[in-house]
Design a protein around this ligand. Sequence first.
Ligand code: GDP
Ligand code: MG
Length: 302
Amino acid sequence: MSNESVDKGLTKTRRGVFSRITRMMTAKRKIDEDLLEELEEILISGDVGVDTTLHLIDHIRKRVKKEGYETSDEMYAIIRQEVQDLLIAPPHQEISEKPFVMLVVGVNGTGKTTSIAKLGYHYKQLGKSVLLAAADTFRAAAIEQLDLWGERIGCEVIKHQSGSDPAAVVFDAIQAAKARQTDYLIIDTAGRLHTKVNLMNELQKIRRVIERQIPDAPHEVVLVLDAGNGQNAISQAKQFIESVQTDTIFLTKLDGTAKGGAVLSIKQKLGIPVKYIGVGEKMDDMELFDPQSFVQSLFLKE
Ligand code: GDP
Ligand code: MG
């Protein structure tokens, strides 16, 4: 069930943190407070987050006592299981309405535009029609970047001039997607404006424009987070989620960081499922998140 590109994408996280756990567990050490403390320290150093680490250690300690384990190799399976329990399986949505509208939000530089290209490419590969909307009108470069991706993956991009009203771009994009019966409309948004309040107001306005034309839309609001920010990405997400209703998370740049353990605290801290992960800069460097194969990759022996 393990997946090669996830294995590769998680190399740094695995080498930095999880292979230490694997070594510790397979060494048949006696289970005592020292061992649990060491495990705790490894998890915290891997940006799993203090609360989540304590929660995990607490569960493991109770199970060791109850189930009577004595050496670390016996504990290995329960660690993997407890880690998997920290992850939420993403929803499996069947697209029932055309267009299926995806609104993509997140701070600048987290990888929004690249991730939109990956999503577009993914759906194109499945034989679906995809339209992209360049509603990050704050910077001219952002429109050009999406346009270039659109060309590469063979998707039309609805755009206006830079500085124009993003809600108007979204309005046009929805009209176009409805008229053409497009399967997916994926909307890029700004990640920074003059102030945070401006940004949140703009995202709410975009949402209203979408809802007015398609009452059930947006069908999925995707928050893009950079895994390299570790626990900071989680605090950043909290701020976004407070103002913008969010359905799923696209976690990017797992390939470039040893802080992938931050994924483990997402359920406890945010309660929103990671649905997509980014493991590189190319259009096919995206995977649908699967808790089981993710845990398998984390604990892969190499
Ligand atoms: P935006 O400002 O949120 O739209 O971010 P961009 O899409 O422009 O991406 C910012 C940078 O992150 C670019 O250099 C991307 O190539 C890079 N990037 C995005 N996703 C990934 C990923 O999964 N892995 C790696 N290594 N780089 C990524
Ligand atoms: Mg962008």
